[in-house]
Design a protein around this ligand. Structure first.
Ligand SMILES: C[S@@+](CC[C@H](N)C(=O)[O-])C[C@H]1O[C@@H](n2cnc3c(N)ncnc32)[C@H](O)[C@@H]1O
Length: 204
């Protein structure tokens, strides 16, 4: 599992997540960002091209060294400075109320305790700051949700801890942020893997 998890999986994720349909969503998620941004699950840096010039700095958190290597060219080509500050979204080494926005794209599925990571999102956001996200998760369609529950064990083993069945809107609301918009939709592909939550939440 070591080589697969550490070397192969980040490259597979980079290839799969670099498709055009994901890029369109990344553009929407990153629109309106400015100032100091924290990105949890920075991965191979696929959001960096979508950051508006008004972003002054991205603080990146991700545990995968290969993802970081894959991100290097994108980071170098970007006009936005990126600073790696940590390995775990569950314990972010930033002061309270120190960033304007937090970004997460297809990451809360994988962090072992997503609620704890969202607690960190709440803590580091300044009042009035916002969380921009797109995540896959629990479908309201009972037939799809049953398959999500059945397949999550296997998915976790094959895809680096990824859960198919997390109730993303509920988790975001539970951390104290106020959801201002959530769009739910299926992307192309098997439904248990493709039910999306794309939205924004603010810290009052
Ligand atoms: C499916 S990938 C998505 C990568 C990237 N956000 C994107 O949109 O292409 C999930 C990412 O979550 C990262 N991750 C896993 N555990 C994490 C943790 N505890 N804290 C922060 N990121 C984590 C993985 O290393 C991986 O880069």
């Amino acid at each position: 599992m070591g080589i697969y998890q550490d070397q192969v999986l980040p490259r597979v994720i980079n290839a799969v997540m670099n498709r055009r349909e994901f890029a369109v969503i990344r553009g929407r998620v990153c629109s309106g960002l400015e100032g100091e941004v924290l990105e949890i699950g920075f991965g191979s840096g696929l959001n960096i091209l979508h950051y508006p010039p008004a972003v002054t700095r991205v603080r990146a958190v991700d545990p995968a060294p290969v993802g970081r290597r894959l991100a290097a060219k994108r980071v170098a080509a970007s006009g936005v400075p990126v600073e790696y500050i940590g390995l775990d979204g569950q314990a972010v080494p930033l002061d309270p109320a120190s960033v304007d926005h937090v970004v997460a794209t297809w990451t809360l599925c994988t962090i072992p305790d997503a609620g704890r990571a969202l607690g960190e999102v709440y803590r580091v956001l300044r009042p009035g700051g916002s969380f921009h996200f797109v995540e896959h998760g629990h479908s309201p369609d009972p037939g799809v949700a049953r398959w999500q529950n059945r397949l999550t064990g296997l998915q976790r083993r094959l895809a680096g801890g990824c859960h198919l069945n997390r109730p993303i809107s509920q988790l975001v609301a539970d951390c104290g942020l106020e959801l201002t918009r959530v769009d739910n939709y299926y992307m192309k592909g098997p439904k248990p893997f493709s039910y999306m939550f794309e939205g924004r939440a603010v810290k009052a």
